[in-house]
Design a protein. Structure first.
Length: 498
């Protein structure tokens, strides 16, 4: 089945309803969107010369045309290659060289970042306007195992790799959305404030299936002032974002007025500390849903539902809140240690997942694929455990584990304690090579404005709450932490400064 059939069906059933909005104004109805998408697909075939399976890069800011181009790729049977607009030109060139696209769609502000010889269509150009208004082509008849999306990983541990996601992968992801995340009613909105090259763009699929509105902020970015205005003016809004975005919303002055028509915040992509989670619920109400996934199994490994967030009477409530939830309905999640599955509750090991959400492999990288998928199981590289209630808790990345004096130390455990200090805005724990101990724990601290804290203050906190061998031996106070374009802290970069 072709994902673009969701649009075709919506256009035939609710064609005159809004499909895409820019701020509070309708950009396209479902019928108009179908016309634009089919016309773009024809242009790609007949004028550019694309055939089924060719790659099309989307190097675009968050604009309404993103939805048009994305679904036009699938309508024509092409592979979408969304690229984060925040990457620098050399990072972008690496992806182009690897994917070898025949065509790139871009917005005017990003056109200069293309350092690769290919066909380029700018969304404000005459060519684009002509292409989307011409006659259309029939929707491609595809096998569900044909590729739909090349998802380039964020490269926190090296060069990005292209996760090959099929139509089956993304259809299964969408089915899990309805089973494990939330139900969607026609006329509701998915607000694309996070990069559409990532999770927000993926969630365009279930929301197209449910015939809801793809809402693009006029700024095209995450702007708390603008978002709170939209929460007041638009119908029930769901929003995907990183935990840092949730924290910024909670810290905004408008949060005190209440969430308005905000229905859900689906967060993932990094740790949400318990205190931050509770503060968000106090201000915004029971609107939080956590998902855990990877580019190799997008958005679909586990979920912590609204019901889990609000189940304060459960004796393990805080532990559940610190977890990433329970396995989603169409995946199997297990723990492996020393090449064997571990079935005992609470035993720590690597998290593995299998199911129809798992990628087909890495694009043109069979060696990396063999290391990542073994006997059908995706090795996530994340360390964690499953408790007796079935909740999965992440402890750390296997690459972030610190071994000091022969003892395993998990940075996340220390970070959870440090972030509780009111003077700590952000923190990251890494291992510093040491001749005697192998590694020693090193803390990088970003202080909150107008707070003065010392290493002694933080040392006392850790000694009171952690085993002494886990406490940081070195504290480094910095203005910012290095992050990738999805907001993940780059610990490999921090290690260069120790």
């Amino acid at each position: 089945m072709n994902i673009a059939l969701f649009l075709k069906k919506a256009a035939s059933v609710v064609g005159e309803r809004p499909a895409v909005a820019l701020g509070t104004k309708t950009f396209a109805t479902f019928k108009a969107l179908e016309v634009h998408v089919a016309a773009l697909a024809r242009h790609m075939k007949e004028r550019v010369g694309l055939v089924s399976g060719d790659r099309v890069v989307l190097l675009m800011s968050n604009v309404p045309e993103y939805i048009e181009v994305l679904f036009a790729c699938w309508w024509g049977g092409f592979i979408a290659v969304p690229v984060n607009a925040k990457l620098n030109p050399h990072e972008i060139k690496f992806i182009f060289n690897n994917a070898e696209p025949k065509l790139c769609f871009t917005t005017p502000n990003l056109a200069a970042n293309i350092l690769y010889d290919t066909n380029v269509i700018i969304t404000n150009s005459k060519e684009y306007k002509t292409a989307r208004s011409g006659y259309g082509t029939k929707i491609a008849d595809l096998s569900p195992d044909q590729l739909a999306w090349l998802f380039y990983t964020s490269g926190t541990t090296g060069k990005p790799k292209g996760a090959m996601l099929s139509h089956r992968n993304l259809l299964t992801m969408s089915a899990c959305y309805f089973m494990d995340i939330e139900q969607i009613l026609p006329g509701e909105c998915i607000l694309h404030a996070a990069p559409m090259s990532h999770g927000s763009g993926l969630y365009a699929i279930p929301h197209m299936a449910a015939r809801s509105i793809q809402l693009i902020p006029e700024s095209g970015t995450f702007n708390p002032d603008e978002l709170f205005e939209l929460f007041q003016k638009c119908k029930r809004i769901s929003l995907f974002g990183a935990p840092t975005m949730v924290r910024r919303l909670v810290a905004h002055k408008a949060a005190a007025r209440g969430p308005g028509n905000l229905k859900s915040i689906i967060y993932g992509g990094g740790p949400m500390y318990i205190n931050d989670c509770k503060l968000a619920m106090n201000l915004l109400g029971n609107r939080l849903i956590q998902i855990y996934g990877q580019g190799e199994s997008p958005m679909t490994i586990t979920a912590l539902s609204k019901a889990h967030h609000s189940d304060k009477k459960h004796p393990n409530y805080d532990k559940h809140l610190a977890s990433v939830g329970i396995p989603q309905s169409l995946v199997d999640v297990r723990i492996m240690k020393n090449h064997n599955f571990v079935y005992e509750a609470g035993k720590i090991g690597e998290i593995l997942v299998r199911g129809d959400t798992v990628m087909r492999g890495y694009w043109r990288n069979p060696e990396a694929t063999k290391k990542k998928i073994i006997n059908g199981w995706l090795h996530t590289g994340d360390i964690g455990f499953i408790d007796k209630d079935g909740f999965v808790t992440l402890i750390d990345r296997t690459t972030d584990l610190i071994i000091s004096g022969g003892l395993n130390i998990y940075p996340r455990e220390i970070e959870e304690q440090l972030i509780m200090h009111p003077g700590v805005d952000e923190c990251a724990i890494v291992g510093k090579p040491d001749a005697e101990w192998g590694e020693i724990v090193t803390a990088f601290i970003v202080t909150t404005p107008n707070h003065h804290i010392s290493a002694d203050d933080l040392d006392k906190l850790c000694i009171n709450r952690l085993a002494r061998f886990k406490r940081p031996r070195v504290y480094k106070f910095v203005k910012t932490l290095p992050k990738n374009n999805y907001g993940k802290i780059l610990k490999k970069d921090l290690k260069k400064f120790i």
